[in-house]
Design a binder for this molecule. Sequence first.
Ligand code: NAP
Length: 234
Amino acid sequence: MTQHVVIAGGSGEVGRQLLALLAQRPELSLRALVRQLGSLPASANLEEVPFDFEDSAAYGPLFARPCDLLLIALGTTRAKAGSAEAFLRVDRDYPMRLISALATTHPGAKVGLVSSVGADRGKGLYLGAKATVEAELAASGLSHAIVRPSFLRSDRREFRLLEVLVNRLIAPPWLALGRMAFSSSPAWWRWAPVHVREVAATLLEATLSLKPGQRRVLEGLDLHPGPASRWGKP
Ligand SMILES: NC(=O)c1ccc[n+]([C@@H]2O[C@H](COP(=O)([O-])OP(=O)(O)OC[C@H]3O[C@@H](n4cnc5c(N)ncnc54)[C@H](OP(=O)(O)O)[C@@H]3O)[C@@H](O)[C@H]2O)c1
C-alpha cells in the first residue's frame, strides 16, 4: 500500500540525501515543501509543493491530504537568518507548527526529525531550539524517531567556518583511527563528525520501522552504521 510522506527541508544537505533514498522507494509518495519550485531533482514519486512557512494558516490545509510520515530536516544559522528571532522561526517554530498540525489531523502518523547532539541538555539559542522541538514532539503523542548528529560532513557549497574547521581537523583517516582507538567511548561517538548520507539513512530506516507510540532517539554510534572505509565517500 502506498505510504504518503511529507518532507520539510528537502533542499538541505541532509534533506537531499533523504530525497535520494526516498526516490528509490516507489511504494512511497512524496510531497516536498519548498520555498521555490524547481529546487529539487525530479523523481517519479516526488511532488514539489510551494509552501509559505511564515503563514500559520497554511499548516492545517497541508495535512488535509493523507500523510503517514513527516520528515523534518529544516535548519539555518543565526548568521544566515540575520537575527536570533529569524533563526528561531526556522529551527524551532516551523517544525513545531508542522508537528502540531500533523498531530491534530493524523495522530497515527510517524515523524522523523533531524535534531542535534546536545539537544538533551538544551542550553543556548541553537540547542534550546532543538530541545524545544524535541519536547513538542514527545508531547504530541506521535510516534517518532529523532537523530542527533554532531558536525555534518557533506559537499556543502556554502561556507560554514565551524563545519570546515572540524571536518579538516577530524578528516576520515582520523575518524577511522578514532573508531579503533575509542571503539567503546560514547563521548567519542556522540561528537565524531558524521556524513549526511549516514544521518539520512539512519533516520529514514528508523522512522519507517517505528511501531505505534514508539519513540527513538539515535545518536553517536547509531549514526555510523557503515564500515569506516565508506565514511566521507559520496
Ligand atoms: N551543520 C551541522 O554540522 C549540523 C550538526 C548537527 C545538526 N544539524 C541540524 O541538521 C539539520 C539539517 O541540517 P542541514 O545542514 O542539512 O541544513 P541545510 O543544508 O542548511 O538545509 C536547511 C533546509 O532548511 C530550509 N530553510 C532554511 N531557511 C528556511 C526558511 N527561512 N524558510 C523555509 N525553509 C528554510 C532550506 O531551504 P532552502 O533550500 O530554500 O534554503 C533547506 O531545505 C538542521 O536542523 C541542523 O540544525 C546540523
